[in-house]
Write a protein of this length. Sequence first.
Length: 383
Amino acid sequence: MSGPTAQPHAVCQHDHLVEFYETDEFLVDTVAGYVLPALRNGDVAIIVATAAHRHAFERALEDAGIDLASAVREERYIAIDARGLLSRFMVDGRPDAQRFASAVGALLDRPAAAGRAVRAYGEMVALLWDDGDVASALALEDLWNDLALERPFDLLCAYPMRAFGDEDSAEAFRRICDQHTAVIPSEPYTLLADPAERTREIARLQQENAALHAEVRRMGAQHEVLAEMAYVDSLTGLGNRRAFDLHLEREWALTLRDGIDSYLVVADLDRVKLLNDACGHAAGDQVLRQFARALREAARSTDIVARIGGDEFGALLVRCDERAAHSFMVRLRSAMADPAWPELAQVNVSLGHASLQESMSPEKALNRADSAMYARKHSRYAA
């Protein structure tokens, strides 16, 4: 059976190893190989594990020629349930230092009194990690190191590699490595006996790591593009209807909360369809883009403008009164008259506005602004 191999990093006064494993078979092989020398030399092996793992370890030790029945009678093989031992020192969901020292210290005192060395294996930290309690797992690793300052023993911990599958666990993974004197990597590396194969495996893992980082960056950039597509009108570069509805709901709620009014202005371009029919959709699209620029010129930096329909636009005039809304509409008509945009001269705009403070809901505000806009449009054409 293979024993652990790793580069030591002195952080405590005993051998405190950690293994990251992918299969239970590899874990069993490592743990059995770790405690075998102690059992063969007449020393003590302490196993703190789940029932399934304890049974697997015991079968492996018996297959290796260890008389476990005798070792148990002589108190040289001590197997303890990991959950049961955890319950003896966890207080309010955190490991209590005094209770830990009392519960675990008692396991170490009798072998020490008999002059026997101790090799222990524990997976309480892995159980805490699986429970999602990373902070307690890290705290328990520190308590083991503190206990090693008072009592002589060597310790092997183990975590399944699947526990570190997300990016958020990277910092905790580094912390775990720092808390141990040696790290046993998982199967793909440890099972390679040839040094040349090991260096190739390291290079492969480095390449895989670089590729994963590149994929994360690519997916982040793709997410930004998708977010922009979801909330930005591709023709004008303004916000789209989805973005506008979200802003309208937010500003309406803020108006009610703070008692400071905001105004909604809707704008409908007339004759765009006639322009499309006469000159083609490219001409109509040009008009829509020019009107979007006019909206930006007329709006303040705090205002929100969007394209909310085919040739319909909206503006949220944040924290203002009705006079400011009228001023915005005057500025908008002035911007539309810019001689640099001759295409805009071929269309008219109908405008309507509504107070958010006087509206029972965001939808009511939009309906009121629409009604005011259509009333002005019909009035103009009737005249």
